[in-house]
Write a protein that binds this ligand. Structure first.
Ligand code: NAD
Ligand code: MLT
Length: 311
C-alpha cells in the first residue's frame, strides 16, 4: 500500500513540508483554481489550505478518501465545517500560530493611519516634501475600541495600553472580570462606537459579525475615528465605509482584508486617508513557519488516528 497523500493547496512553509514529507506523499495544487482543486482532491487523505481555497460541500463530494482538512492559520470561515462533519472529515487549524503577527499588523495599520506614513512615503518618493498635509494624531490619551477580545484582540489591547491609550472593548462572550484584569473596560457596542477615537476589529467572520459595522453604526461614530480591520473582509461593510469617508464621518481607515479576495480594485483605494494591505496580517516568516509546522503535526496525528490537541 502507498503512503497516504497530503494535498497542499496554498503556500506552506518549507518546515511544514519537511514534517509531512517524512511520512506522506505530498502533492500541491493551486487551491484558488476550482477545476484543478476538484480534480486533485479525489484520491487524497488530507488537504491543507490557507484562506484562498474555499473548502465547500462540493469539495467533500469529490474527495471520497479525505480524512482531514487543515487550515494553516486561524479563521475557519473558508471551510464548511458542517459539511466536513457530515462527510466524517476532521477539521484542524493552527489557532495561535499567527496571533502575535496579526496583532502587530493591526497596530502597524493603526499607526500608519494615525501618522499618514504610507501617504508621506509615497509623496516623498515622488519628490514632494509635504509636511503640513500629513499632520497626524497622537495615540496617547485616546480611546481605542477593540471589537472582539479574543486571542488577537487581547494582544492588541495589551500593546496599545503601552501607548497610554484608554482601552475599551465589545465582546459579549468575555467576562468583565477577565477584561478588568487586562485593564480593559467592557462596553456595549453603542458605547464603543460613541467613545472610540480608534476602532480595531478582531472578530471571526460569522453570520452575526458580517456587516456588524455598517451604515447605521458609521453614523454613530466620532468624525475623528480611524478604523482598522485586519480580521475579515465584510465585518466592516466596505460600501458603508466608503460613504462615511466621503461624507467625512470617519477620518481614516486601515484595511487588510476584503469581502472578495484577491481584491485589486475598490472604492476604498481612492481615499487618501485609507491605508490598505493585501491580507498581510499573518505574513511574517515566524508566523508562517509556526502555522506550517503546527498543521503538519496535526495532520500527522489525525491520519494516524490520534488525538489532535489545540496547538
Ligand atoms: P478568537 O476566536 O480568539 O477571538 C475572537 C473573539 O471574538 C472572541 O473573544 C469572541 O468572543 C468574539 N466574538 C465572536 N462573535 C462576536 C460578536 N458577534 N460580537 C462580539 N464579539 C464576538 O480569534 P482570534 O484568533 O483573535 O482571531 C480574530 C480574527 O482575526 C479572526 O477573524 C481571524 O480569522 C482573523 N485573523 C486575520 C488574520 C489576517 O491575516 N488578517 C490573521 C489572523 C487572524
Ligand atoms: C488567518 O485567519 O489565519 C489569516 O487570515 C491568515 C491566512 O490566511 O494565512
Amino acid at each position: 500500500m502507498g503512503k497516504p497523500v497530503v494535498l497542499v493547496a496554498e503556500e506552506l512553509s518549507p518546515a511544514g513540508i519537511a514534517v509531512l514529507e517524512s511520512d506522506f506523499e505530498v502533492r500541491s495544487v493551486d487551491g484558488a483554481d476550482r477545476g484543478q482543486l476538484l480534480a486533485a482532491v479525489t484520491d487524497v487523505d488530507a488537504l491543507i489550505v490557507r484562506s484562498a481555497t474555499k473548502v465547500t460541500a462540493e469539495v467533500f463530494q469529490h474527495a471520497k478518501k479525505l480524512r482531514v482538512v487543515a487550515r494553516a492559520g486561524v479563521g475557519l470561515d473558508n471551510v464548511d465545517v458542517e459539511s466536513a462533519t457530515k462527510a466524517g472529515v476532521m477539521v484542524v487549524n493552527a489557532p495561535t500560530s499567527n496571533i502575535v503577527t496579526a496583532a502587530e499588523h493591526a497596530i502597524a495599520l493603526l499607526l500608519a493611519t494615525a501618522r499618514n506614513v504610507p501617504q508621506g512615503h509615497g509623496a516623498l518618493k515622488q519628490g514632494e516634501w509635504k509636511r503640513s498635509r500629513y499632520t497626524g494624531v497622537e495615540l496617547q490619551g485616546k480611546t481605542v475600541g477593540v471589537l472582539g477580545l479574543g486571542r488577537i484582540g487581547v494582544l492588541v489591547a495589551q500593546r496599545l495600553a503601552a501607548f497610554d491609550m484608554n482601552v475599551i472593548a465589545y465582546d459579549p462572550y468575555v467576562q468583565a472580570a477577565r477584561a478588568a484584569q487586562l485593564g480593559v473596560k467592557l462596553v456595549t457596542i453603542d458605547e464603543l462606537l460613541r467613545d472610540s477615537d480608534f476602532i480595531t476589529v478582531h472578530l471571526p467572520k460569522t453570520p452575526e459579525t458580517l456587516g456588524l459595522i455598517g451604515d447605521k453604526e458609521l453614523h454613530r461614530v466620532k468624525p475623528s475615528v480611524r478604523i482598522v480591520n485586519a480580521a475579515r473582509g465584510g465585518i466592516v461593510d466596505e460600501e458603508a465605509l466608503d460613504l462615511a469617508l466621503k461624507d467625512g464621518r470617519v477620518a481614516g481607515a486601515g484595511i487588510d482584508v476584503f469581502s472578495t479576495e484577491p481584491c485589486t480594485e475598490s472604492p476604498l483605494f481612492h481615499h487618501d486617508n485609507v491605508v490598505v494591505t493585501p491580507h498581510l496580517g499573518a505574513s511574517t516568516h515566524e508566523a508562517q513557519e509556526k502555522a506550517g509546522t503546527q498543521v503538519a503535526r496535526s495532520v500527522k496525528l489525525a491520519l494516524s488516528g490520534e488525538f489532535v490537541p489545540d496547538a
